[in-house]
Design a protein around this ligand. Structure first.
Ligand code: FAD
Length: 390
């Protein structure tokens, strides 16, 4: 690996990184990643291997007594994103599910939904974004759940751009349950709903990238769910999610960082081998400097990410650092994949090399789970102390 020796991993972290690399080497070599990307297919075998190795649960417990260590999650995500990137995106969602169910799940939800999630036998999808908007989703949320006379809930509405619902056993769905005057983020409830509940329709969307994980529209047509499907507290769902978004941003940073590193490795490899004017193309200063800038962007993002992970793990304030890490890592991923495409000339366009896929996949984390513009708004307000810009 380029930059070897610069990683400040502890022994436990280094062992974990090595384990993930071995699983990828065995189960997801570049040719397989490419074939599955071309076929828009999910790598169930790889997911099972990750589950069997304990990498979905890490140290989270199904009884909710302990959550997962963010310092370990980011290692798994970085390594996956550098290779089978779509699997990293899948795990960002699974880790979000683990966090929400560990913190808010009832005993029943922990045994029926969290336990099979931790051992990798089932997956969840997280459905928040709606057709009318993702950034301002609380204000525009049209998905509603109404309580029937029998105490059951009836869910109607639509979610869009949802990762992985085709193969997920359960959906975590946010729906408006009341319209209090206090704030649009109040009056929203989280539900855990099996994807095969009558009235749920999942339609795959044709997207630009992350082809080995389905991105879908999910519609709810008079979907009847039990009162026990509420995750956490009625009307408090959005606030509960806000509490876990810090972890999701941190994990998005790790995935973006992995994409950037994977692209840098591919570019350096190509730059050493390809001869132009009788010299390796990586020896020309114009291209080499772009890659060096990429390396600096990666290590700067890593420093922010590690600080954010440490703050999260030790219960310190982490929202600003996580936001900075996510912006820095996703900007690095865009810059490095661009530099890689330039260095590789026509080969960058070819599917023979991973660069064109990484170039596409890198775009996701510029706007998901929250756009970099909104994260900059957050940093402007919370770090700089400037008036709210939106
Ligand atoms: C492949 C993929 C997977 C996804 N997976 C999931 C998932 O699993 N679950 C889920 O719930 N969602 C998911 N999403 C949705 C994603 O979180 C949203 O796309 C994202 O939050 C942005 O919302 P939007 O697309 O509606 O953009 P909009 O909210 O319409 O924003 C459009 C533009 O306006 C800008 N903008 C908006 N408000 C402001 C402001 N105040 N200041 C400055 N700029 C602003 C935004 O930054 C952006 O550039 C996924 C999306 C994709 C494409």
């Amino acid at each position: 690996m380029i930059g070897s020796g610069t990683l400040p991993d502890t022994t436990e972290q280094a062992d974990l990184r090595e384990m993930v690399r071995e699983i990828i080497e065995r189960g997801a070599p570049p040719q397989r990643v490419r074939e599955l990307d071309d076929a828009n297919a999910f790598d169930l075998e790889l997911y099972r291997a990750l589950g069997e190795a304990g990498l979905i649960g890490l140290d989270a417990q199904a009884d909710g007594t302990s959550g997962a260590d963010p310092r370990l999650q980011i290692i798994v995500l970085e390594e996956l994103a550098a290779g089978p990137t779509s699997m990293a995106v899948c795990l960002v969602v699974q880790y979000m599910g683990v966090g929400l169910l560990t913190e808010y799940g009832s005993d029943q939800q922990r045994s029926t939904v969290l336990a099979p999630l931790l051992d990798g036998s089932e997956r969840v999808a997280f459905a928040l974004t709606e057709p009318d908007g993702g950034t301002d989703v609380a204000r525009v949320m049209r998905t509603r759940a109404k309580k029937s006379d029998g105490g059951r809930w009836v869910l109607n509405g639509a979610k869009t751009w949802i990762s992985g619902p085709q193969h997920a056993r359960n959906l975590i769905v946010l729906a408006r349950t009341s319209t209090p005057e206090s704030s649009p983020i109040d009056g929203i409830t989280m539900f855990v709903v099996p994807t095969d509940t009558p009235g749920i329709t999942v339609r795959e969307l044709d997207t630009f990238a992350i082809h080995s994980l389905d991105t879908c529209e999910v519609t709810f047509d008079n979907v009847e769910i039990d009162a026990s499907a509420v995750l956490g507290h009625v009307d408090q769902g959005f606030r509960q999610v806000l509490g876990t978004l810090n972890g999701e941003r941190l994990n998005a940073a790790a995935a973006a960082l992995g994409i950037a590193r994977g692209a840098l490795e591919a570019a350096v490899d190509y730059g050493r081998q390809r001869q132009v004017f009788g010299r390796p193309v990586g020896s020309f200063q114009a291209g080499q400097h772009r890659l060096v800038d990429g390396a600096i962007a990666i290590e700067s993002a890593r420093a922010l990410m590690l600080q954010a992970a440490e703050a999260t793990a030790t219960g310190k304030r982490a929202d600003i650092l996580s936001a900075m890490a996510k912006v820095a890592a996703s900007d690095a991923a865009v810059a490095v994949t661009d530099a890689g495409m330039r260095l590789m000339g026509g080969s960058g366009f070819s599917k023979e090399y991973p660069m064109e896929r990484l170039f596409r996949d890198a775009r996701l984390y510029t706007f998901a789970p929250l756009t970099n513009e909104m994260l900059r708004n957050h940093i402007g307000e919370k770090y700089l102390g400037l008036p709210r810009s939106f």
